[in-house]
Design a protein. Structure first.
Length: 245
């Protein structure tokens, strides 16, 4: 039985004061799922100091594929590790579309994170046009395929996968639990083709307008092991309600 995992993606939101209130609220109440928050880089030290003695883990929203060097504006995995980061999002659709990240870049970032003991949360998902053209499996299969190719079996066993249909992110439109389950089952099958044991253990999260009122149904599906939560992760009550769904 896989433990449920609920990860908040704060995106480019927050302030020192707002984060303190949010984190104090989240860590005060136990949740049934394992909880983590992915904060903007400048707030990782704050997460480390406020969450270190709690059950809530923290993570970053991106990492450089490079180890170090002349890459202005980039943040290295070694730096994230110094701030106690457990998770890092790689290949979020906002990085793929606004920053031109390719499948190969996403795989390289996942590898770099693993090198420093950080769990990459590999995000995949199709646009509305791709779904309507019947290309969902081809698109998420290609995105996952680059990671399957780049990682050893041992490395693959350490990642978290997040299915986030682009048309459901921040739009209020969520995939139905059946739509999400179908894609999760397809993704698990792709991993199983490489190794059934790894596929059976891999946490696969759904993301895209998850809220307290739809989380329980989504999370009850056999291949959905929790959620990657954007907007609703910014309110402690909503995030906790999802963590208990
Ligand atoms: C996200 O940004 O990963 C996300 C799922 O956002 P939202 O929950 O707001 O749709």
């Amino acid at each position: 039985m896989r433990q449920k995992l609920v990860i908040g993606n704060w995106k480019m939101h927050g302030s020192l004061a707002a984060n303190t209130a949010l984190l104090e609220g989240i860590k005060a109440v136990p949740a049934r799922a394992r909880l983590a928050v992915c904060a903007p880089f400048p707030y990782l030290a704050q997460c480390q100091s406020l969450l270190a003695a709690s059950n809530v883990a923290w993570g970053a929203q991106d990492v450089s594929a490079e180890a170090r060097g002349a890459f202005t504006g980039e943040v290295a995995a070694s730096m994230l590790a110094e701030f106690g980061v457990s998770y890092v999002l790689v290949g979020h659709s906002e990085r793929r579309s606004y920053h031109g990240e390719t499948d190969a870049t996403v795989a390289a970032k996942a590898l770099r994170a693993l090198e420093f003991g950080i769990v990459p949360v590999v995000c995949v998902g199709e646009t509305l046009a791709q779904r309507e053209a019947g290309q969902t499996e081809a698109v998420v299969g290609r995105q996952l395929g680059a990671v399957l190719e780049a990682l050893s079996l041992e490395q693959l066993g350490q990642i978290v996968l997040a299915y986030e249909p682009v048309w459901a992110i921040g739009t209020g439109k969520t995939a139905s639990s059946e739509q999400a389950q179908a894609v999760h089952a397809f993704l698990r099958g792709q991993v199983a083709a490489r190794d059934a044991g790894v596929a059976g253990r891999m946490a696969m999260l759904y993301g895209g307008s998850v809220k307290p009122d739809n989380a329980a149904e989504l999370f009850s599906m056999p291949d959905i092991d929790g959620g990657l939560i954007g907007g609703a992760s910014l309110k402690s009550d909503d995030f906790l309600a999802i963590g208990n769904a």
